[in-house]
Ligand binder design. Structure first.
Ligand SMILES: *Cc1c(COP(=O)(O)O)cnc(C)c1O
Length: 360
């Protein structure tokens, strides 16, 4: 069976060549007569893979020397709890900016461990805007400031790093990491689950500045403690080795494509043509302020919601899959991560135009 165009929000599409290589190496990893799943994580072969994954990641994102790169479990969701446990003493405070449901979930987890101040929240606009950073109610004594550069459900993305003073910036980059170059030195902590732009669900990337390691509360579980995980090369426990391997293949693919600057050009082009098609039509609409529309997740609705089911059924018949919007947002959502080729976006735009001609 031929591959479809997959617009899933996550777990999301992987590059074909990554899957082909994983398939080719499944039973015999580079001549060892075993799969990568069947070797010790502490053996020299897997250690070499771990080292080269980190080196590639550092090169691709330009991670400075004074940052550690960790490979963790538990997804971005576990970091909602790990961040406060690692960065803030009990009863201290941290600032959160909420521009969608993931930021809200981060707040609700952090509230168990510290005093959370929601410095800004765009809920009143239905999460279609980003409040001007100049209006954020940040506190001088906050342990950190947390935000979500791309909100996956509502399709709201920061196109620049907010200028705020003082506290280290902590970013949940799950649905935008590797989609464009970023200045890592502006952040205290960056984390991302892998299943959008980095590979398969089960491994979490964490980039943390040296001086923020070693501050964890004494009751922090070892697997959540940045010091413990950094000192053990992310191998204090058995890491998700297969997911680590898949990430290594995705990073190889990214380098072959030309790196994140090339991805950014491609992603901007993909997103702009899809938004242009939506804006040019009276039948489709996207509610997000054009200044903060996501390059990765493009929600849209049909003028007549009665046609949603027909739209989805016909899209599937045309092999355009997973376009149903998140239950919180309704309508449709096309997630167009790195691994979704421009031809997939072109096919979607053609389908939408044809559907509108026939059904509107
Ligand atoms: C998908 C996603 C998450 C949740 O990731 P899990 O791996 O399920 O923990 C968190 N934040 C953002 C921005 C996401 O896109």
């Amino acid at each position: 069976m031929d591959r479809v165009h997959n617009f899933s929000a996550g777990p999301a599409a992987l590059p074909d060549t990554v899957l082909e290589r994983a398939q080719a190496e499944l039973r015999d990893w580079q001549g060892r007569g075993m799969s990568v799943m069947e070797v010790s994580h502490r053996g020299p072969d897997f250690m070499a893979l771990a080292d080269s994954t980190e080196a590639n990641l550092r090169k691709l994102l330009g991670v400075p020397e004074n940052y550690r790169v960790l490979f963790l479990s538990g997804g971005a969701t576990l970091q909602f709890a790990s961040v406060p446990l690692n960065l803030a003493p009990p009863m201290s405070g941290a600032d959160y900016v909420v521009t969608g449901n993931w930021g809200r979930k981060a707040v609700s987890e952090a509230t168990r461990y510290l005093n959370v101040n929601v410095a800004a929240d765009s809920e009143t606009t239905g999460y279609t805007t980003i409040p001007d950073p100049a209006t954020w109610a940040v506190r001088d004594d906050a342990a950190y400031l947390h935000y979500t550069p791309n909100e996956t459900v509502y399709g709201v993305e920061f196109h620049s790093i907010p200028e705020v003073s003082g506290a280290p910036l902590v970013a949940d980059m799950s649905s935008t990491v590797m989609s464009r170059p970023i200045d890592v030195s502006r952040f205290g902590v960056i984390y991302a689950g892998a299943q959008k732009n980095l590979g398969a669900a089960g491994i979490t990337l964490l980039i943390v500045r040296d001086d923020l390691i070693g501050r964890a509360r004494s009751d922090t579980p070892g697997v959540m403690d940045y010091r413990v995980m950094a000192d053990s090369g992310s191998m204090w426990n058995t890491p998700p080795t297969y997911c680590w391997y898949i990430m290594s293949l995705v990073l190889d693919w990214l380098r072959e494509q030309g790196g994140v600057a090339v991805m950014a050009e491609r992603n901007a082009r993909k997103a702009h043509k899809l938004y242009a098609a939506i804006d040019a039509s009276d039948f489709y609409s996207n509610p997000v302020d054009p200044a903060c529309r996501s390059w990765m997740n493009v929600p849209f609705s049909l003028a007549d919601p009665e046609l949603d089911g027909v739209f989805l059924a016909e899209a599937e018949a045309a092999r355009l899959m997973n376009l149903k919007g998140h239950r919180l947002a309704g309508g449709m959502r096309a997630s167009i991560y790195n691994a979704v080729p421009e031809s997939g976006v072109d096919a979607l735009i053609d389908f939408m135009s044809d559907f509108e001609d026939r059904r509107a």
